[in-house]
Design a protein around this ligand. Structure first.
Ligand code: UDP
Ligand code: MG
Length: 138
């Protein structure tokens, strides 16, 4: 069993597609074992995306991520890191395959509806950023 962190970003919550995103995860047999709605501060958004600190899109990205509430989730399942990334589609919705969340709902490369951890190390780190052990259902 593997775990990953998923976020429905402010555009996903604002467009009212949170239910559709969650439905796709459940239909794929992925278990949701933690969930919360939060609004990040600029400092928190900067910490979460610290790996992108030197990228030209960093400032705009952290502004976007603090523009409204987000829904953070811990997902569990076999190979769930890769399977969640498959459901999400490519970072740029123009490159994402038809039927993926980003192709179906995202407006551009920044406002792309969802976040998903990209590997076991980042998954563990990102889950800890949002949840403590007691908040994760076994
Ligand atoms: N992003 C952006 N411009 C870019 C690349 C990424 O605004 O050229 C944003 C986008 O919201 C993306 C996030 O930064 O989801 C993190 O980028 P990453 O390359 O890690 O993409 P992801 O793992 O989310 O597919
Ligand atoms: Mg990433």
């Amino acid at each position: 069993m593997e775990r990953t962190l998923s976020i429905i970003k402010p555009d996903g919550v604002g467009k009212g597609v949170a239910g559709e995103v969650i439905k796709r995860m459940e239909k794929a047999g992925i278990r949701i074992c933690a969930m919360k709605m939060v609004r990040l501060t600029p400092e928190q958004a900067g910490m979460f995306y610290a790996v992108h600190r030197e990228r030209p899109f960093f400032h705009s990205l952290t502004e976007f991520m603090t523009s409204g509430p987000i829904i953070a989730m811990v997902l569990e399942g076999e190979n769930v890191i890769a399977r969640n990334r498959e459901l999400m589609g490519a970072t740029n919705p123009k490159d994402a395959l038809p039927g993926t969340i980003r192709r179906d709902f995202a407006s551009d490369v920044e406002k792309n509806i969802v976040h998903g951890s990209d590997g076991p190390d980042t998954a563990a780190q990102e889950i800890k950023f949002f949840f403590n052990d007691l908040e994760i259902q076994r």
